[in-house]
Design a protein around this ligand. Structure first.
Ligand SMILES: Cc1cc2nc3c(=O)[nH]c(=O)nc-3n(C[C@H](O)[C@H](O)[C@H](O)COP(=O)(O)O)c2cc1C
Length: 406
């Protein structure tokens, strides 16, 4: 049996798609109960959800005969995941603010495990700073946001804001359920952050990587049930809970750590921004400007990813291509040159995304030719989508190993 889900349905035109989400979750073996906002009942009658879920649907909190139970508290003991789909701009704002004035929003505060929201709304509502702020606050609290798709909207406009495809919502939900942890049993090695190559006793050559993307990947893999080791350089963000972390400074140190940890891993997500060049030798002491200009002689750093790519029995290798412009051919060539199984391409020149930003937008490409576009979202959300896009191949690898061992 899958994990138990409370499905929250709010009052948008996409409410009818919640019926299909309910059915797909049930097909995946998850028992589902439903709470709706009053406005959602303008779009779909609660009876549809009651019949399909086999349970009464809660809308207001004070309707019907006065019973002894406190429904939202009882449900919160029962559920592994609270999934709000579709989530209106209104319900996102209420959740962000902690308002609890109906069954759905009260349940949100009583719920104690994973929460996910699948927003759906008109593009202007989606882009409104108030909605962006709600999402930021929810994401900062660990709520998984399943980003909407672009395309034609029910209001006649076209743009971002259309509820994500049912399959994507259900995949995301399943990935968040502990009992079905999509990556359970896998040991995943993540590298994150910049390297620092010494120039002299106090100065270093480094880059703008914040480590955010790698940390988000480590956290997402952990939440999806994997055992995670994070090899990280100096980062602007903390190591996530439940992750074993080992710190490096230079590319040479990271190389040593990879040699140590790679053999036991099922997969390596190589998101660290490793120096391409380093000073041939660090100056002794501190370079003194009174001695005039100093020339820095640089040598190329060995390609660490390519080093893993040629290992015998190597883990599934995912490399990251930070490109100026979304050049898929270049990213593919990089994947091939490194012998990697997948490449995550991100356009570091796109406004608001990339190295130091809190958001990212990527294309995940596998050596087998599959491509998944992950639209712009918080790095935490993008990390989960990357893992979902690769989970089939990752698990196939585990299956193969299990088979080999039998
Ligand atoms: C026909 C119609 C369609 C709507 N579709 C959406 C929608 O897709 N997303 C959204 O955020 N609001 C939508 N709204 C506005 C919400 O219904 C409105 O903000 C309402 O207060 C939301 O209530 P709830 O969040 O409690 O369900 C729609 C309104 C109407 C009349």
């Amino acid at each position: 049996m899958g994990g138990r889900v409370v499905l929250g349905v709010s009052g948008g035109i996409a409410a009818y798609k919640a019926v299909e989400i309910l059915r797909e979750l049930q097909r995946a073996g998850c028992p589902v109960r439903v709470v709706m906002t009053h406005h959602a009942t303008e779009f779909v009658h609660p009876r549809t959800f009651a019949v399909l879920s086999g349970h009464p649907v809660e809308v207001g909190q004070f309707e019907g005969p006065a019973g002894p139970g406190v429904d939202h508290v009882e449900r919160s003991r029962w559920a592994d995941l609270f999934l709000v789909a579709p989530a209106t701009a209104d319900v996102l704002a209420k959740m962000a603010a902690g308002i609890a004035d109906d069954a759905l929003t009260t349940y949100h505060l009583a719920h104690r495990r994973a929460v996910a929201v699948a927003p759906a709304m008109n593009e202007f509502m989606w882009r409104h700073p108030a909605t962006r702020e709600s999402l930021r606050r929810l994401e900062a609290r660990g709520v998984a946001v399943i980003p909407p798709d672009g395309g034609p909207l029910a209001c006649g406009d076209s743009g971002e804001g259309r509820l994500a495809a049912v399959a994507r919502i259900v995949d995301s939900a399943l990935g968040l359920l502990p009992m079905r942890g999509a990556l359970a049993g896998l040991r995943i090695l993540v590298t994150a952050g910049p390297t620092r190559e010494p120039v002299d006793a106090v100065r270093v050559l480094t880059n703008r990587s914040s480590g955010r993307m790698g940390v988000a990947l480590a956290a997402a893999a952990r939440r999806m049930g994997a055992e995670v080791v994070l090899l990280h350089g100096p980062m602007a963000v903390p190591v996530p809970p439940g992750v074993e972390a080992v710190r490096f400074e230079t590319a040479a140190e990271l190389e040593g750590l990879l040699a140590q940890h790679a053999p036991g891993a099922d997969a390596i997500l190589h998101a660290a921004a490793v120096a391409d060049f380093r000073p041939v030798r660090a100056a002794e002491g501190k370079l003194d400007r009174r001695e005039g200009g100093a020339a820095l002689e640089l040598e190329p750093v060995p390609d660490l990813a390519a080093g893993i790519g040629v290992l015998e029995d190597r883990p599934y290798l995912v490399v990251f291509a930070a490109e100026i412009g979304e050049d898929r051919e270049r990213a593919r060539a990089k994947m091939a040159a490194k012998g990697a199984d997948a490449v995550v391409l991100n356009d570091v020149a796109a406004p608001g995304t990339g190295m130091e930003a809190a958001e990212n937008a990527v294309v995940v490409m596998t050596a087998r030719g599959e491509e998944t576009v992950v639209p712009r979202a918080a790095k935490e959300t993008v990390a989960r989508e990357i893992l979902l896009a690769l989970s089939g191949e990752l698990l196939a690898r585990r299956g193969k190993e299990d088979g080999d061992g039998a």
